[in-house]
Design a protein around this ligand. Structure first.
Ligand SMILES: Cc1cc2nc3c(=O)[nH]c(=O)nc-3n(C[C@H](O)[C@H](O)[C@H](O)COP(=O)(O)OP(=O)(O)OC[C@H]3O[C@@H](n4cnc5c(N)ncnc54)[C@H](O)[C@@H]3O)c2cc1C
Length: 466
């Protein structure tokens, strides 16, 4: 039987980073994946999604080009070309086993399962190791509702062979909203059925409401407070029965996509056989990413923390280092910039206002309406709302939530401001590029001095303490 210092299960962002880190540390490392290499982000997640969102935006821009005094072109949708590009993007980005082998990583393609706490079998081939990192990702949850076999997930929607004239999403989280936006841009009639009173659970309600209103103006219908009760086939369509605010309703659409979250599947790796404990979304882990079996670590979606590629790669490195060197590094997940690739985009980082006092922070909130800037007028992208949370005692930013056409880039500046603990007034004094979206964000950090209870006289308000 082959023996390794470290065996990593899963070649997504977490597993690839763990294996490369271990190889760079001089360890003998094997990486097992049932294929394809690259995991969710590259094959069925962030990247094909970003490609689809971009294609949708281009399609809408051409359709609406009359606003720029350009005669609208033939904005005819060539769906086969869209899907062809989806596949090309994935093929270009997928890592190759040969490159990994060149770095000294032994790549095994096959389903990996623990047969013993120190042995993993990959399609029947046993591999023994001192340490393991489980980076086996997550799978989409399918709601327990009659007719659930009629549902598809984002895995299918990103590569759908036939364009759906109408589409319904169950769920109003990031994946549902990003894909809802993309398909609406292509001309689908899109409905989002949300269980809660507002979309985007966990995101600031002002920001969520702002995004919903923006998406409504782009033709997307939201039904809030709904519970789906049954799905049935109706010719070429799917009929959805749901309760909305106590009333029974039905609607039909070409496709219905379940986007109600993802979780790690312990059975895929034989977790029960070796006594691995399971938490809410993934394996139960310590702050050092050790599982309940001390020589086995977990990273990424399998570790059940924030389901983001950024986090997966970060945890992959820490899990490999701790597995090989002992628990030396804790995972610090307090400042994770996150973005929704909707139109406009949503950016979130750091502490929401409501959590501040629990962390000993005396919060003040600045709300900044970014519409009407000279940049917005020139580009026609007139949307934007920043909600910044400051610590009144230190004059530092501790959290930011925003809607902006450029939130994916702007939120990184807020992450830097939080991490570097720079006074808000110093950020406000920076010269900013003109014309740009960042100008208004820099302004939202002022005026000086920024230590008072009213950080933004006129445009900002201070919320009562939570
Ligand atoms: C539609 C969509 C869009 C997203 N967009 C973004 C985004 O824009 N930004 C962002 O940060 N995050 C995004 N995410 C989340 C992000 O993709 C995941 O959090 C991230 O990819 C998780 O990485 P991972 O390495 O933990 O798991 P994965 O990438 O899922 O890798 C797990 C690997 O394990 C393998 N595996 C599983 N079980 C076994 C087994 N028993 N044997 C062998 N191999 C096995 C799988 O084949 C897979 O390759 C998105 C997710 C979705 C669904």
């Amino acid at each position: 039987m082959e023996r390794f210092d470290l065996v990593v299960i899963g070649a997504g962002a977490a597993g690839l980073t763990a294996a490369k880190t271990a190889a760079d540390m001089g360890a003998r490392v094997a990486l097992a994946d049932r294929g394809p290499l690259g995991g969710l982000c590259i094959n069925r997640g962030c990247l094909p999604k970003k490609a689809l969102v971009t294609a949708g935006r281009v399609h809408r821009l051409v359709r609406e080009s009359a606003g720029f005094l350009t005669a609208p072109g033939a904005a005819q949708l060539d769906w086969d070309a869209v899907i062809r590009r989806q596949n090309e993007v994935v093929d270009l980005l997928r890592p190759s086993a040969a490159d990994l082998e060149k770095r000294g990583i032994r790549v095994m393609i096959g389903v990996a399962r623990f047969t013993d706490p120190h042995i993993v079998e990959v399609d029947g081939t046993p591999l023994a190791a001192e340490r393991f990192v489980i980076a086996a990702g997550s799978e989409a949850r399918i709601p327990e509702v009659p007719g659930r076999e009629l549902l598809i997930t984002s895995d299918h929607l990103l590569f759908l062979p036939v364009f759906p004239p109408s589409l319904t999403f169950l769920g109003a989280g990031p994946v549902a909203l990003e894909l809802a936006g993309a398909f609406a841009d292509f001309g689908s009639r899109v409905t989002v059925l949300a269980r809660d009173a507002e979309i985007l659970p966990g995101v600031d309600p002002d920001v969520a409401r702002y995004l919903r209103k923006s998406m409504e103006t782009r033709g997307i219908t939201f039904r809030l407070h709904t519970t789906v009760t049954r799905l049935t086939a109706s010719g070429d369509e799917v009929r959805v029965e749901f309760d909305s605010a106590g009333m029974a309703n039905t609607m039909t659409s070409t496709r219905v996509c379940a986007a109600v979250g993802r979780r790690f599947h312990p059975r895929s790796i034989g977790a029960a056989r070796i006594g691995l404990e399971i938490g809410r979304l993934g394996l139960r882990t310590t702050p050092y990413l050790a599982t309940s079996v001390p020589h086995i670590y977990a990273a990424g979606d399998a570790a059940g923390n924030r389901q983001l590629t950024t986090v997966a790669a970060y945890e992959g490195r820490i899990a490999a280092v701790n597995a090989l060197r002992g628990d030396t590094e804790r995972a610090d997940e307090t400042v994770i910039p996150q973005v929704l690739h909707t139109t406009p985009e949503v950016g979130v980082v750091g502490m929401p206002y409501g959590n501040a006092p629990a962390h000993g922070v005396h919060p003040a909130v600045a709300r900044h309406d970014a519409r009407g800037s000279s940049n917005s007028v020139a580009t026609g992208e007139d949307s934007g709302y920043f909600k910044l949370v400051f610590d009144q005692d230190t004059e530092r930013l501790v959290g930011a939530q925003m809607v902006s056409p450029a939130a994916a880039e702007l939120i990184q500046l807020c992450a830097l401001a939080i991490r570097s603990r720079v006074p808000a007034s110093l950020v406000a004094r920076q010269l900013s590029v003109h014309p740009s979206h960042v100008e208004r964000l820099i302004r939202a950090f002022g005026p000086e001095p920024h230590s008072s209870a009213r950080p933004l006289e006129g445009v900002g308000i201070v919320e009562p303490r939570p």
